[in-house]
Design a binder for this molecule. Structure first.
Ligand code: SAH
Ligand code: ZN
Ligand code: ZN
Ligand code: ZN
Ligand code: ZN
Length: 435
């Protein structure tokens, strides 16, 4: 399956304009092109499908429009903001949250939810950390909501403050947004502001239209239309020299080209706010993503480099920072800022490599032959003279495949490299990087 990208005139599903795909085989495009939902890679979540050359009747178009309308959230963002205002006026004893509907309830609504589970006595502190109140939408194929561990979130925030940024465009980073919002409301001198762009509309219950935009990062769709787009544009305008950075932590589903295309549009929006100043510059960005997507990200953003910092999550069984025997997280920060400026915590073992001019993880040894710190996963890698590069410690050189790989592998040639890691011998679904 290959993505042909956002196409002009594409039909829409409830998640905005669909993306154009084509089936590929052996690297060649094959068969009819079709449109499918940009946001949901699981047909169960959104089954939108249309052949590119399909004639759609007026009746079906009308039915589709009606379907899209009826699949929008029950309350508008505006209504949710008004509801919140009323909610905070209630005494704590009357503040209920329906866990089934994931919704703050006003007393007149209790009845309707009477056979649902409630959380009661919702405090102001709870309202300030919605990511704790809401359950994470973990369904892998769509939301893949994996929340930063506090340590990683705090690290990111301190880092961008130290770098001098005062505005954060939080794209799919509700927990970072929430940390900024809550500090801003509690600490007088704290002057950082954040705008959250996320597809999870539940957050509209807690944030105003200036703090949250319902947004799809796979097709750059603002559900709130031109007004929301304008909010974002205004936010990106660096009034009083307040510098902006975009931080994003997208689902790792693999539509890197769709993400890159949206992020380029956000960069263009930023560039457009400043006539002369930004002409040839890029909006500073942290793109948080697994290390095995490095080459894919660099394809689209050659100015980016990958930092060694391992981003940890709260609710991710694999990437959690354990008390004993930490599982190493494969998630990294990709950035277009100068690597030497990204200071990583020495107390966690990171050190500065003066040759590479960047912080590296403790196990990452500088290879004299490659003349760089070559480890991607934090373990010490070894140099293979035949491959002329450093490889994972567990790999061996296979003379059949003429490259280094796992000792246990089948020497079959598929001709075309894996979509994820670029190596031959397996397809994306069997990529060892993903397991
Ligand atoms: N680590 C981050 C959360 C990352 S999980 C934090 O703690 O703040 C991925 C986030 O992207 C989730 O908030 C999810 O709702 C959002 N998301 C998933 N698909 C999206 C899409 N198509 N458009 C915009 N946001 C999306
Ligand atoms: Zn309910
Ligand atoms: Zn080497
Ligand atoms: Zn080798
Ligand atoms: Zn692979």
């Amino acid at each position: 399956l290959a993505l042909l990208g956002p196409a002009p005139g594409a039909p829409s599903c409830p998640h905005g304009p669909a993306l154009l795909f084509v089936k590929t085989s052996q690297g060649k495009e094959e068969g009819r092109r079709f449109y499918a939902c940009s946001a949901c890679r699981d047909r169960k979540d959104c089954n939108f499908f249309q052949w590119e050359d399909e004639k759609v009747s007026e009746t079906r178009l009308a039915a589709r429009e009606e379907y899209n309308r009826s699949h929008q959230p029950y309350f508008t963002h505006r209504q949710n903001v008004d509801r919140y205002k009323n909610f905070v006026l209630l005494p704590v004893s009357k503040r209920k949250f329906c866990q089934e509907c994931q919704q703050l309830l006003l007393p007149s609504e209790w009845e309707k939810h009477s056979d649902h589970q409630f959380l009661c006595d919702i405090t102001t502190a709870q309202l300030k950390s919605p990511s704790q109140l809401l359950y994470p939408l973990e369904n892998k194929k769509t939301n893949a909501q994996y929340l930063f561990a506090d340590r990683s979130c705090q690290f990111l925030l301190n880092l961008l403050i130290d770098l001098g940024f005062r505005r954060v465009l939080s794209v799919g980073t509700p927990r970072l947004h929430e940390m900024i919002q809550s500090k801003a409301s509690q600490e007088e001198e704290f002057s950082v502001r954040s705008l959250l762009l996320d597809i999870d509309f539940r957050y509209s219950q807690f944030y105003t239209e200036d703090e949250f935009c319902h947004y799809n990062m796979f097709n750059h769709h603002f559900f709130g239309g031109e007004a929301a787009r304008e909010t974002c544009r205004k936010f990106l305008y660096e009034a009083n020299g307040e510098r902006v950075i975009m931080v994003t932590d997208p689902p790792f589903g693999g539509l890197v080209e769709a993400l890159a295309s949206s992020f380029k549009k956000l960069m263009a929006m930023w560039r457009g706010t400043e006539k002369e100043g930004h002409a040839n510059k890029e909006m500073p960005m942290f793109w948080i993503f697994p290390y095995f997507f490095e080459s894919r990200i660099l394809d689209f953003f050659p100015s980016f480099s990958m930092m060694d910092y391992q981003v940890d999550y709260d609710n991710h069984a694999l990437y959690k920072h354990g008390k004993t025997g930490r599982r190493q997280s494969p998630v990294r920060i990709f950035t277009n800022l100068t690597p030497s400026m990204i200071v990583l915590p020495e107390e966690e073992g990171y050190r500065f490599c003066t040759v590479c001019q960047r912080y590296v993880s403790s196990g990452n040894q500088h290879c004299e032959i490659c003349n760089s710190c070559t480890s991607k996963d934090g373990r010490r890698w070894k140099h293979c003279v035949l491959c002329k590069k450093c490889v994972k410690p567990s790999w061996f050189h296979c003379s059949n495949c003429n490259c280094c790989t796992l000792q246990k592998h089948s020497c079959e040639k598929t001709g075309i490299g894996c979509f994820v890691c670029g190596k031959a011998g397996h397809k994306r679904s069997a990529c060892p990087s993903l397991s």
